[in-house]
Ligand binder design. Structure first.
Ligand SMILES: [Zn+2]
Length: 286
């Protein structure tokens, strides 16, 4: 018997196992008596200052809204913070690491990322992994409708029309390895921004080395030696949807799929070759 099992058993043997009746539980109503969001806004407006809600104000409001006032409150004591379960990769479409950092620190931009990686491989963390950064925007993957709530955002300094230098990709691979292990992120959950927002976004560009990432265990790739034609009843729309893509704007989704897996052609239709690639991916992973 392992030593860590022993104390627990002893506790179980000697615990008084009478079941707590709900009317014996002390209901603490302090939290629900906190002023609500409307009160907080009124309080802010009462000052002569223009109404600017800081990040702290927003979080305070969310914490209040997170408590359901229609039910009783008995505070649990065992909890921590939710872990990220996806990584979303972006290119910045800006001109330097410094410019990107400045953008994420300006009040009006309302965008951020957890990490920014320079062309020279310098990695700058801008937000704690456990916090919700504003990098994915309106986004969807499978049934996940708010990617920001479940993902880490990594921005690569790149204007969208240039290759990603070796030093930058190497730094990215090291970071991904750390994050994958630390948060036990499934390999299928390493995605690009355009995967989760195909109608709005086109990053990272065709220059991004997805195959190389997949070879290292981040994301999926097809088996080039086994590209057979799909059967007649194969629905490519269903396959894209089952992979995770939002197919509500199908043409844009096809472009996102091709930008990642086909690269040489990003037209809005799937050729026979493209369908073989999709069929291979579908059979391989989904
Ligand atoms: Zn992006």
């Amino acid at each position: 018997m392992s030593s860590c099992g022993t104390p627990k058993q002893r506790v179980l043997q000697h615990t008084n196992t009478s079941v707590l009746r709900v009317d014996n539980i002390k209901i603490n109503t302090d939290s629900v008596k906190l002023p609500g969001t409307a009160d907080l806004l009124a309080e802010k407006q009462a000052t002569a200052m223009p109404l600017i809600l800081t990040t702290e104000d927003n979080i305070k409001m969310m914490m209040r809204e997170g408590i359901n006032r229609n039910v009783d409150w008995a505070e649990a004591i065992h909890y921590d913070i939710r872990k990220p379960n996806f990584v979303i990769i972006h290119h910045t479409a800006q001109h330097s690491l410094a410019q990107t950092i400045r953008t994420f620190q300006l009040e009006h931009t309302k965008v951020s990322a957890h990490y920014v990686i320079g062309k020279d491989g310098r990695v700058v963390q801008m937000l704690n992994d456990y916090l919700r950064s504003w990098h994915a925007g309106r986004s969807k993957w499978g049934n996940v409708t708010d990617m920001n709530s479940v993902s880490l955002g990594i921005e690569l300094d790149n204007n969208g029309r240039e290759i990603f230098p070796e030093a930058q990709i190497n730094a990215l691979l090291i970071l991904l390895d750390t994050l994958k292990t630390k948060y036990q992120i499934p390999f299928t959950n390493f995605l690009g921004h355009a995967d989760v927002a195909p109608a709005r976004k086109n990053d990272p560009s065709v220059f991004f080395p997805w195959k190389r990432l997949a070879d290292r265990g981040f994301g999926v790739w097809y088996d080039e030696s086994n590209l057979v034609s799909p059967p007649d009843n194969f629905s490519f729309v269903d396959a894209l949807r089952i992979m995770g893509y939002d197919v509500s704007n199908l043409n844009k989704t096809i472009v996102a799929f091709k930008r990642k897996f086909i690269v040489t052609d990003v037209e809005e239709t799937l050729t026979d070759y493209d369908k073989r690639v999709l069929y291979n991916l579908y059979r391989r992973y989904f």
